[in-house]
Design a protein around this ligand. Structure first.
Ligand code: 13P
Ligand code: SF4
Length: 317
């Protein structure tokens, strides 16, 4: 395909969306230019709610594969496109089907709650799916004596365990982005910016979470910066969210928390950043790559996701 100037690409994307009755759903970790052309920008929970209820024929997902798969599972009759199939997730890949199945079998009688950041096979083994927005509330909605398995994120799992005091066995998986934040660099930044509040995602490790003034999902962090009285924040999650934070609070200052590897300087998710405006355009023109999921596994995976959406609706989330 020939190179097209950026403004023309954006206009063409808008025309293609109308012609094909397509919508673009984008996660907060996408680059600002992608967030700006999306029909809807949100966290994992809001995006799955949007994927379950919309009138489009095509959903183009600007995010990673497990998010596009969740959209397909919830809307199997729609064409779901992901502009780059290599946009995976280190956290989802830290939980493979055979090992997780054995973990469940070795710990029979426990309710299996999995974070939405999993491959479809893991969802199919689960009783309830959750996101970082509703994880604590979903666990609290279960009877107090219910024993739980939580996977795959060990940091989110331990955070939920500490918040709820429930009997939870936590799978030992992690996200390479959120585990890379440097405690020393964050404390150093705080010393230089004593007026800044530290806000972090629950996928961060415990020592980093312990420094935080506020812990929450991407949408909770965004809401906090809108309503809180401080003017400066050290942000411990993928810096794509700062685009929306600046938009909602233009006069405030947002400092991305640094990773351990100081040669990189930022904590971008390399998977999320595989998606570009150019790939979105090509994907809309060609209507591929398309997410295809075998019906048998889709029908199993949809149940725990629907259960999450039902509980979230009841809880007003
Ligand atoms: P959210 O649930 O906050 O959208 O987070 C998704 C994610 O991938 C975190 O790394
Ligand atoms: Fe996966 Fe981590 Fe990237 Fe989120 S930030 S998509 S959990 S690798």
């Amino acid at each position: 395909m020939k190179d097209i100037p950026k403004n023309d690409i954006v206009s063409e994307i808008n025309i293609l969306k109308k012609e094909k009755n397509a919508i673009i759903l984008a996660h907060y970790y996408q680059t600002g230019d992608i967030q700006d052309i999306a029909d809807f920008v949100g966290d994992s929970l809001a995006l799955s709610q949007k994927a379950a209820a919309n009138y489009a024929d095509i959903i183009l997902f600007a995010g990673v594969k497990f998010m596009a798969e969740t959209a397909k599972i919830l809307s199997p009759s729609k064409k779901v496109l992901l502009p780059d199939m290599e946009a995976g997730c280190s956290l989802a890949d830290s939980c493979n089907e055979a090992d997780f199945r054995k973990f469940i079998e070795d710990n029979k009688g426990r309710t299996v709650i999995t974070y939405v950041n999993t491959n479809t096979e893991i969802k199919a083994l689960s009783d309830i799916v959750c996101t970082s927005s509703n994880a604590v509330r979903i666990v609290e909605s279960l009877p107090p004596g219910e024993k739980i398995i939580f996977g795959p994120d060990r940091n989110l799992g331990n955070y939920i365990l500490n918040q709820t005091g429930r009997d939870i066995l936590v799978w030992d998986g992690a996200c390479h982005v959120h585990e890379e934040f440097s405690l020393e660099a964050i404390l150093d930044l705080k010393e230089k910016n004593p007026d800044a509040k530290i806000i972090v995602h629950p996928e961060c490790e415990l020592p980093v979470r312990m420094t935080a003034d506020f812990i929450g999902s991407t949408s909770a962090l965004l809401k906090f910066t809108k309503t809180d009285s401080a003017n400066k924040y050290i942000v411990g999650t993928e810096p794509g969210i700062i685009h929306q934070m600046k938009r909602e609070s233009p006069s405030k200052i947002f400092i991305p928390a640094p990773p351990r590897d100081s040669t990189c300087g930022c904590s971008e998710c390399n998977f999320m950043k595989l998606i570009t405006i150019e790939k979105i355009h090509k994907c809309l023109v060609e209507e591929k790559p398309e997410i295809i999921i075998e019906e048998k596994i889709l029908l199993k995976a949809v149940k725990p996701i629907r259960r999450m959406l039902e509980i979230s609706e009841k809880l007003g989330l």
